[in-house]
Design a protein around this ligand. Structure first.
Ligand SMILES: C[S@@+](CC[C@H](N)C(=O)[O-])C[C@H]1O[C@@H](n2cnc3c(N)ncnc32)[C@H](O)[C@@H]1O
Length: 290
């Protein structure tokens, strides 16, 4: 196998990735395509990327296309990733949501949740916060375009390496059990999170309005117009006052989003109270009522 995929081959694979997820691969990162797909080629006994493309073209909607896309995605995640943001959520965002709530219901959506660490970190945090959420109904829904990542997330089993990346020892001791070389998350935390394999650009199994949305380290890989579309999708699940958390360094500047930056909180945005032009009826009434 050559070190870098020929241009037309890389082009086809990038188009497949873009069609299925909205993500683009910059020229400078195309060399990664070959290495990310190598394990799949080996597993399928395919000798080249062209052979992979031919096999996908014979069965365009089949599992191989999804597996190839999955291999090209970056699923990097860890428990309590960017701990400062989790502190902000715990100390500022959640108390503000609680104070402003009209009923004891907290709905959180993790969009682009990868293998579950982000959603489970929130669940562990809510448990740690203790009695203040005791009589609340809490729902955390986590989605990712990758069915394989969602399957891993649902299972809640993590490697030693996953555990060493950001998980405080007290959370490990409280919520995980060693199983061989891996660690199994307790049912109590797993049951706080529901999952669905959903594309952020067309989230069919997501419904209702959320108080808090996390979409961290996902928009980064979208071109400008896809970022705009993704923000519009997120906004459709937000009520005025919904908080949005982005990854460190991700910004909404210039995207015309209805989320505005919380000046005092890093990485945190809030849905403003102007009516949403795409859903005028809903927001007009909510704005009046709030
Ligand atoms: C780098 S990971 C970030 C995971 C987690 N949010 C975090 O910050 O730790 C990005 C995730 O976004 C997912 N993703 C990419 N495009 C997506 C899309 N169109 N819809 C939903 N998820 C997507 C990828 O599959 C990947 O698991």
């Amino acid at each position: 196998m050559t070190a870098a995929a020929p241009h037309h081959t890389a082009e086809k694979l990038c188009r497949l990735l873009s069609d299925m997820t909205g993500q683009t691969v910059s020229e400078g990162r195309r060399w990664r395509i070959e290495s990310s797909l190598r394990p799949l080629l080996r597993a399928r006994g395919l000798t080249s990327l062209d052979a992979l493309i031919a096999a996908i073209e014979r069965d365009p909607g089949g599992p191989l296309a999804a597996q190839a896309v999955d291999a090209m995605l970056n699923h990097e995640s860890s428990f309590f990733r960017d701990i400062g943001v989790f502190r902000t959520i715990e100390q500022s965002v959640l108390p503000r949501i609680r104070d402003a709530a009209r009923e004891k219901l907290l709905r959180i959506w993790c969009a682009g949740a990868s293998t579950g660490q982000e959603a489970y970190s929130l669940a562990m945090m809510l448990k740690r916060m203790g009695p203040m959420w005791d009589d609340w109904r809490i729902s955390i829904h986590a989605t990712d375009v990758s069915p394989a990542a969602i399957e891993t997330a649902r299972r809640g089993r993590y490697t030693q390496m996953d555990m060493q990346r950001g998980l405080p020892i007290n959370e490990l001791l409280r919520w995980f059990t060693a199983v061989g070389d891996d660690w199994q998350l307790s049912d109590e935390i797993r049951e706080m999170v529901s999952f669905s394999a959903d594309n952020l650009l067309d989230p069919r199994r997501v419904s209702g309005l959320f108080d808090l949305i996390l979409c961290r380290n996902v928009l980064f890989y979208f071109p400008e117009e896809t970022k705009r579309a993704a923000c519009a999708r997120l906004a459709a699940f937000a009520r005025p006052g919904t908080y949005l958390v982005l990854g460190a360094g991700e910004m909404l500047t210039g995207l015309g989003s209805r989320f505005v930056s919380c000046r005092d909180l890093n990485c945190i945005y809030i849905a403003d109270r102007r009516s949403d032009p795409t859903r005028p009826d809903r927001y007009a009434s909510e704005t009046l009522a709030s």
